[in-house]
Design a protein around this ligand. Structure first.
Ligand SMILES: *Cc1c(COP(=O)(O)O)cnc(C)c1O
Length: 412
């Protein structure tokens, strides 16, 4: 079962003020999630979540996470600028294929630089000078499996450096006077299992011991990065962060503590897990169409939520206006001149009539942020449902002026 975090009445009152479509976020859910994560890792003294800005680059949301003791993870200068202006002190720069000026800016604002490539060690040294703290991103190659389940394919991933490069890299950094060291790895995306982090941690903890033995470098932190997923589908079970935290603690006690590395800090860079369930895309049915299939046309389109069109991702849909209506099999579509502009294909949905309000679940991460402006369809508003029950507009919808603003040589 997928249950909306709010009700029709609340959404109808927002719509009188903010027209559909818009992304709606649940402050209470976000705070509770951050607290549950911090509690699950409270056994580790230096624990810190660096929320992946790319998932939801919206200042009002980032500020909530700041109040809940989270830092931010950035991959570009623009994200770094946002983090810095919002007053974040704990900023990770986990970028790849990075221009020198972005490293310079990261260094200037005191972000922790996480190098994606062995080659970047000398690049950063030459271009901006190595900072006091450097983290290296590991890619073990092969496949990442839990038992017999293949979760992802690191061998095909452009990210990270090989086992040999990691060892050589830390040796080189130590020789060049770097004082503090971190290890980072992201091996599987959107995992719906409590075993991903513990298995990843096991591999990284073993590597940390090997790094200490072979290079003499003692890591200050190990960054488990993102990849803990959410139950997009109604038959999936949500990850249990308390269990995940315990699983990581067990391998920490088994591997790091006996090897004199019990003071290593654990970091995470979760995006999806933190935010996805606490956002929804609210859209209205504007047309019906009957041909070889039954079509429900809504006022949102793939520009507001790209995941279904891009990855074929499932996002559950609830018809808030007709939640007990009879089920029918429909395609829920936007208005782009692209046939992949479908939020659902042959989905069993409560009968959707023109004017009904649909709630598209789990859009709080990689939802608004992946938006674009194809066909001159513009980015939507974002609204925060506050803990006190009141709502607040946190980003207005784009207007045609915004679309025309960067064009040179023409006035519209
Ligand atoms: C995208 C990303 C994350 C967040 O991933 P989620 O799947 O949203 O948790 C974390 N770290 C890095 C380096 C990323 O690129």
């Amino acid at each position: 079962m997928k249950i909306p975090f709010t009700d029709l009445e609340t959404i109808e009152s927002i719509i009188t003020d903010v027209p559909t479509p818009f992304h709606l976020y649940d402050e209470k859910g976000i705070r509770n999630k951050a607290r549950a994560l911090n509690k699950a890792f409270s056994w580790n003294k230096g624990f810190k979540e660096y929320f992946a800005v790319k998932a939801t680059p919206t200042p009002a949301i980032l500020n909530i996470l700041k109040e809940e003791n989270c830092g931010l993870d950035c991959a570009t200068q623009t994200e770094l600028i946002m983090s810095h202006r919002l007053g974040f002190k704990d900023v990770m720069f986990s970028s790849n294929n990075t221009p020198a000026k972005e490293y310079a800016y990261a260094k200037e604002i005191g972000a922790t630089i996480n190098l994606d490539a062995y080659e970047m060690i000398s690049f950063v040294e030459e271009m901006v000078g190595l900072p006091e703290t450097v983290s290296l991103r590991y890619n073990p190659g092969g496949v990442f499996a839990l038992g017999t389940d293949i979760m992802d394919n690191p061998e095909e991933s452009k990210f990270g450096m090989t086992h040999q490069q990691i060892l050589k890299g830390f040796e080189k950094l130590a020789k060049k006077g770097v004082q503090h060291f971190g290890l980072h790895s992201f091996l599987a995306s959107n995992t719906v299992t409590n075993d991903y982090y513990p298995e990843l941690a096991k591999q990284l903890f073993q590597l940390a011991v090997e790094i200490k033995e072979k290079t003499g470098v003692r890591l200050d932190f190990i960054n488990l990065s993102g990849g803990v997923g959410v139950n997009y589908k109604p038959d999936e079970e949500a990850n249990d962060i308390a269990k995940i935290g315990k699983g990581v603690q067990k391998v920490f006690q088994d591997i790091l503590e006996p090897n004199g590395l019990g003071d290593v800090s654990i970091f995470t860079e979760l995006g999806r897990f933190m935010l996805a369930p606490h956002g929804a895309l609210i859209t209205k049915v504007v047309h019906r169409k009957e041909t070889y299939r039954h079509y429900v046309g809504v006022d949102a389109s793939a520009v507001n939520l790209l995941r279904p069109a891009m990855y074929g991702s499932y996002h559950h849909i609830t018809n808030l206006t007709n939640s007990n209506g009879k089920l029918e099999k429909v395609d829920v579509v936007g208005s782009l001149c692209e046939n992949n502009d479908k939020f659902a294909k042959e989905r069993s949905l409560e009968e959707a009539r023109v004017g009904d309000i649909l709630y598209i679940h789990d859009t709080g991460a990689h939802g608004f942020s992946m938006g674009y402006q194809y066909n001159g369809r513009l980015r939507s508003a974002e609204v925060l449902l506050q803990e006190n029950g009141k709502y607040r507009l946190i980003r207005r919808a784009e207007k045609p002026e915004d679309y025309f603003a960067t064009i040179e040589g023409f006035e519209f």
